[in-house]
Design a protein around this ligand. Structure first.
Ligand code: K7E
Ligand code: CUA
Length: 649
C-alpha cells in the first residue's frame, strides 16, 4: 500500500495518552485513504478499485459571504434541548431557534398564555395530571425527527413536525411564523420515536412509532408479564393534530417512513423477542420491518373492528403478527433507520447490528397484501454489506444511497441498482466510496432527499461525537454536524459544525420552498383567544388601546408598545391580584421586536412587529416592580420600561 510510510506510527513519536499511542486526529489525518479501503474489504469483501477518500479539488462553493443568502433552509432537531433550530445551508449559520417542548426565556415559551395553552391542550388525562404537579405544563422534551409537510411528494412550505420521545408527543410548527402551534400527546404510548408525514397526495397523516412496549392499559396490571406488553403505531391527522387511530404491534417500533402513493407506512422494529433487558433483546438473529396498509387500517376502523384502551377513546386495531392490516418482513437483527428512495421504488432498512442494509421493492408489497406472495422476504431485492453499524441512509436522486456507519465512523456511498444486480448474483461492487466522518455518525440527510426532488448537492452528516475537533469545553462536548459536498464525483467534507445536544436528524429544503412572513398579520388565528378576551372587555382593536381593567381580584392590563416606549408607564394593582398583561407591538417594521420582562417575577415574553402576547401571574409581592423591554430595539431601549406598583393588601 502506497501510504504505508505515513500509516506506520512508532510509539516514540506519539503522545502516551491514547490507547492507540497516537491521537485520533493524527490517525485520521494520516490514514484517510487506507482506512477507507481496509474497512471496505472487512465489511463487504469488495475492493474499492483504487478509489480515494477525498477528492483533491472541490466544485461547489460552500462559502456564503457577508450579506449573501443561503440556497437552503435546514431544520435541525435540538434533541434533549426540546427545541428546533433553523440553519442556513451551506453556510451552516444558525438562523433561528424555535422552542417546542422546552421553556425559553427569549420568547417566553412556557410562560406566555398562548404558549401554555399549546403546551397543555393536547395532553392526555395522565399528561395533564403530571403537568398539574409542575405548574400546568410539562417542562422537557427530547426531539429526534423534524420533517416537513409535503404535497405530491414535494415540500409545500406549510408545516414542520417533530416528535418528543421523552413525553410521547408530536408537535407542529407553522412555517409562516416559525412558531409551534399544536402539540398532541399520544395515548397508550411511551416514547414516540420514529415520526414521518405522509408524502402524498398531501400530508394527511403523521405516522408515529411508539417505541417502548407496555401493558395495555398501563394501569398496574400485567407488570410482571412482559410477554403481554405491546406497543402501538399511531396515525395523527396533520391538520387537526388529533390521533385518528392506533395499531397494536409486536416488537419495539424504531423509525418509520412512508411511500409516495399514500398506501403504506413502514417501521423498523427491534426486540422481536419482547424482552425487557439487553440480553433477551439480543437472542434472535432477526427482527423485522412492519408494513402498515393504511387503506385497510382506515377500513377496519370504519367497520368498527377496534377496541379502545383505558381512558383513551382512540380506536385501536390489531396489527400483531398474522393480521391482514400489516406485513412483517424479517430483516437482520436490530434494524434502525428506514428511508424511502426519492423515485418511490424502494425503502431501505438500515442494519445497525448487522453490516447490511435491506432494500425492499415497494410495488411488491401489493402482491403480499393481495395474497400472491407467501414469504414476505420475497419483497427484498438487495441486502448489500455496507460496513459496521449502518444507521441511516439518504439519497442523491442519481441512484446512490449514502449510509452512515456508526461503528466505522464513515459514510458509505453505494449504488442501488448495482446492489440489486449483486443480490441476483452479479459481481458489480455497489460500494462507490467510503468517507471518514468525525465521529460516530447517526442520521444523515442530503438536500431535498426525502422528497421526489432530491437534488444531490449537499449531504449533512450528524456525528454524535466531536472528540478533538473543537476546543475543549469540558466533559460535555458538542456534537459535530459535517457538511459534505456530493454534487460531483467523490464526497468531500467542507465544514465542521459544533451543535448542542443533540440534533439526531435534520432536513434540508430549497430556500424558495419556505416563505415565512416578515411581520405578524393582525388577522392571524394566533390572536383569536386574546382578541375574544379583549372584546369582552369592550376592546375592538388591541393596537389602539391602553387600558387597565379590574374584574374582582383579576386585573387585565392592555398595553401597546412602539419603540422606545410602552404606552402605559405604570399601573397599580393590589397584593394578591391575578394580573394579565396583554401587550401589542404596534411597530410594523421588520426586525423591530420588543419584549416584556417583569423583574424578579420570572415573567418574560417576546412581542414581534404586529404581535400580541399575554402573560398571567399573581402580584404577590407588594412594592415597586419594574418591567423592561429585553430586545434591544432603539437607541433609548434602556429607557423602555415602566413600573407595576403593588399595594399592600
Ligand atoms: Cu437514529 Cu432517534 Cu432517528 Cu437518533 S434516531 S441517530
Ligand atoms: Cu423595545 Cu427594547
Amino acid at each position: 500500500m502506497k501510504d504505508d510510510e505515513k500509516t506506520t506510527i512508532r510509539q516514540e513519536e506519539t503522545d502516551g495518552g491514547s490507547p492507540f499511542g497516537f491521537t485520533r486526529r493524527e490517525f485520521f489525518n494520516a490514514t484517510a485513504t487506507s482506512a477507507v479501503v481496509g474497512a471496505g474489504l472487512a465489511a463487504g469483501g469488495w475492493s474499492l478499485g483504487g478509489g480515494t477518500a477525498q477528492a483533491a479539488e472541490g466544485n461547489q462553493d460552500f462559502h456564503v459571504g457577508p450579506g449573501e443568502l443561503d440556497e437552503y433552509y435546514g431544520f435541525w432537531s435540538g434533541g434533549q434541548s426540546g427545541e428546533v433550530r433553523v440553519m442556513g445551508v451551506p453556510s451552516m449559520r444558525e438562523l433561528m431557534r424555535i422552542p417546542v417542548f422546552n421553556w425559553d426565556g427569549a420568547t417566553g415559551w412556557g410562560i406566555t398564555n398562548e404558549s401554555r395553552k399549546i403546551l397543555r391542550e393536547g395532553l392526555t388525562p395522565a399528561g395533564k395530571r403530571r403537568a398539574d404537579k409542575q405548574g400546568g405544563v410539562l417542562r422537557n422534551g427530547d426531539t429526534h425527527h423534524p420533517h416537513l409537510s409535503m404535497t405530491d411528494g414535494s415540500y409545500d412550505g406549510r408545516y414542520l413536525f417533530i416528535n418528543d420521545k421523552a413525553n410521547s408527543r408530536v408537535a407542529r410548527i407553522r412555517l409562516d411564523v416559525m412558531k409551534t402551534d399544536k402539540i398532541v400527546q399520544i395515548p397508550n404510548a411511551q416514547a414516540v420515536h420514529g415520526m414521518r408525514p405522509q408524502k402524498a397526495p398531501k400530508t394527511g397523516y403523521l405516522f408515529c412509532n411508539c417505541e417502548f412496549m407496555i401493558p395495555q392499559p398501563n394501569d398496574g396490571r400485567d407488570m410482571e408479564s412482559p410477554e403481554k406488553y405491546k406497543t402501538v403505531f399511531a396515525g395523527v391527522d396533520a391538520e387537526t393534530m388529533e390521533v385518528k387511530w392506533q395499531v397494536l404491534v409486536d416488537g419495539n417500533l424504531d423509525n418509520t417512513n412512508a411511500d409516495f402513493k399514500g398506501t403504506y407506512a413502514f417501521s423498523t422494529c427491534y426486540n422481536s423477542e419482547n424482552a425487557v433487558e439487553l440480553n433477551g433483546m439480543m437472542r434472535k438473529d432477526r427482527d423485522h420491518v412492519v408494513v402498515f396498509n393504511i387503506p385497510r387500517i382506515e377500513e377496519a376502523v370504519k367497520k368498527g373492528q377496534y377496541k379502545t384502551i383505558g381512558d383513551s377513546d382512540v380506536p385501536v386495531v390489531d396489527g400483531t403478527k398474522g393480521s391482514d392490516l400489516t406485513m412483517y418482513i424479517p430483516v437482520p437483527k436490530g434494524p434502525h433507520g428506514i428511508n424511502t428512495t426519492p423515485d418511490g421504488k424502494y425503502f431501505i432498512a438500515n442494519g445497525k447490528l448487522s453490516p447490511t442494509v435491506t432494500v425492499v421493492e415497494i410495488d411488491k408489497l401489493d402482491d403480499y397484501f393481495k395474497g400472491g406472495m407467501k414469504d414476505p422476504r420475497d419483497a427484498v431485492v438487495a441486502e448489500p454489506e455496507v460496513g459496521l453499524g449502518p444507521l441511516h441512509t439518504t439519497f442523491d436522486g442519481r441512484g446512490n444511497g449514502y449510509t452512515t456507519l456508526f461503528i466505522d465512523s464513515q459514510v458509505a456511498k453505494w449504488n442501488i441498482e448495482d446492489a440489486i444486480a449483486a443480490f441476483q448474483g452479479g459481481d458489480t461492487n455497489p460500494i462507490k466510496q467510503k468517507l471518514d466522518v468525525h465521529y460516530q455518525p447517526g442520521h444523515n440527510n442530503a438536500t431535498l432527499a426525502e422528497t421526489k426532488d432530491a437534488d444531490g448537492k449537499w449531504l449533512m452528516v450528524l456525528s454524535k461525537f466531536s472528540k478533538d475537533r473543537f476546543l475543549n469545553v469540558g466533559p460535555l462536548k458538542p456534537e459535530n454536524d459535517q457538511l459534505i459536498d456530493i454534487s460531483d464525483g467523490d464526497m468531500r467534507i467542507v465544514h465542521d459544525g459544533p451543535t448542542f445536544a443533540e440534533p439526531h436528524d435534520a432536513v434540508i429544503a430549497r430556500a424558495d420552498q419556505i416563505n415565512p412572513n416578515k411581520i405578524w398579520d393582525r388577522e392571524d388565528p394566533w390572536f383569536d383567544d386574546v382578541k375574544a378576551m379583549a372584546k369582552k372587555d369592550g376592546i375592538d382593536d388591541l393596537r389602539m388601546t391602553n387600558k387597565v381593567i379590574r374584574d374582582g381580584n383579576k386585573v387585565r392590563v392592555y398595553m401597546t408598545s412602539s419603540a422606545p416606549q410602552y404606552h402605559i408607564n405604570e399601573f397599580k394593582v393590589k397584593e394578591g391580584d391575578e394580573v394579565t398583561v396583554v401587550l401589542t407591538n404596534v411597530d410594523n417594521i421588520e426586525d423591530l421586536t420588543h419584549g416584556f420582562t417583569l423583574t424578579n417575577f420570572d415573567v418574560c415574553m417576546e412581542i414581534s412587529p404586529q404581535q400580541t402576547a399575554s402573560v398571567t401571574f399573581v402580584a404577590d409581592e407588594p412594592g415597586v416592580h419594574w418591567y423592561y423591554c429585553q430586545w434591544f430595539c432603539h437607541a433609548m431601549h434602556m429607557e423602555m420600561r415602566g413600573r407595576m406598583l403593588v399595594e399592600k393588601a
